[in-house]
Write a protein that binds this ligand. Sequence first.
Ligand code: ZN
Length: 171
Amino acid sequence: MSAPHEFDDGFDDLLAANADYAEHFDDADFDGIAHAGVAIVTCMDSRIDPLRMLGLHHGDAKIFRNPGGRVTSSALEALVLGVHLLNVNRILVVPHTRCAMTASTQAELRERVGRSAGQDVAWQQFNVVEDQRAALEEDVAKVRTHPLIPDTVRVGGFIYDVDTGRIDRLV
Ligand SMILES: [Zn+2]
């Protein structure tokens, strides 16, 4: 381990906060299972607070996030592990209103990121969503029909409204 002073690249405030967190840390014996039996697939959007929006607490849920809250192959990997090893018996797929991944085409995102990066980013995939409801139906079906997700696991598709905090069941 290197001494902290060897780094000077902007993480100091966070590490200071962590020192305080560790000072009061009392979860040393906490296990890694989902105590409420819940797994959530949702977007990386910073307006979403996955635990609080469902009345859950630290330790209650496995949470998988990506742009758009899509059921990707790595999301499925997480869900299979959650179901078989980590106590998950309810899965919520929760995209949200005003998601950037629904507001742009891939060409537009490549254009914007390309301008920011100062280079051609045609090689970078952006998994935009043209029809959010259709994508959600497809994603929920992917989970429900996965050979390693048993029928005893309940799977729902929802949408989170970033303006009201409300979650509606769609699938
Ligand atoms: Zn989003």
